[in-house]
Design a protein around this ligand. Structure first.
Ligand SMILES: N[C@@H](CCC(=O)N[C@@H](CS)C(=O)NCC(=O)O)C(=O)O
Length: 217
């Protein structure tokens, strides 16, 4: 993978900063030691024909490389991990992949749902009825995940690409105390976020927003 460009949103409101999924891709590239360029798309451009040729849904992240364009944060992190022993140990590829799917397919849906209830639709009446169930569903997943992490530094014991997807997923409920309620989970998230590669990725994403902050924001 060469000449890598990562597309993210040029700006998002503060409640979403540090959560947009190009963070996963940046983090994986930083862990793998692969250089990349940041490219930014704004709310209007993302629906343009030009951008939709990169990402058919007009979303981020999209990644351009010398061998083509990639979409879907999980698939992109996987493609990067395929090239990095740090992210996908050769003898534990299947396990790594299983936990990558667990992050995206089992843990992300209830956490993203709660994020939507609270942060995207919080001022709508229906959320009052929906929220208790959404919290219960998130908690049920977090309880199991926390038990798995009790006594493990990372999902597979050692750090892999699965931790990038899991930790960024846990951040979707950073506006609640749900992660803090489970100390193995809380320690895990802090451990992941303390990694220099995570810090570099967050810095690169946030720096982009600082440069593009709308005058009225
Ligand atoms: N499953 C996709 C989801 C991508 C996604 O939801 N991206 C958000 C930013 S984090 C986005 O572009 N939202 C704009 C929209 O929903 O149209 C992935 O993991 O890449």
């Amino acid at each position: 993978m060469k000449n890598i460009a990562v597309w993210g949103f040029s700006w998002v409101p503060p409640f979403a900063q540090g959560l947009v999924r190009d963070l996963r891709v940046r983090w994986a590239l930083e862990e793998a030691g692969l250089a990349y360029e940041s490219k930014w798309v704004d709310a209007d451009e993302r629906n343009s024909e030009g951008y939709r040729r990169k990402h058919p849904f007009g979303m981020v992240p999209a990644v351009e490389t010398d061998s083509g364009t990639l979409i879907e944060s999980g698939a992109i992190v996987h493609a990067i991990a395929e090239q990095s022993e740090v992210l996908m140990p050769r003898d534990r590829r299947t396990e790594t992949l299983a936990w990558m799917f667990a992050a995206l397919n089992t843990v992300e849906p209830p956490l993203w749902n709660l994020f939507g209830v609270d942060r995207l639709h919080g001022d709508e009446a229906w959320t009052k009825l929906r929220r208790p169930g959404a919290v219960d569903e998130a908690k049920a997943r977090l309880a199991v995940l926390s038990a798995w992490l009790d006594g493990r530094e990372y999902l597979l014991g050692r750090f892999t690409a699965a931790d990038i997807l899991m930790a960024t997923t846990l951040r979707f409920v950073r506006h609640t105390d749900l992660v803090a309620e489970f100390s193995p989970l809380n320690d895990y998230l802090k451990r992941c976020e303390a990694r220099p590669a995570f810090q570099a990725a967050l810095h690169n994403q946030t720096e982009g927003y600082a440069r593009h902050t709308p005058a009225a924001a």
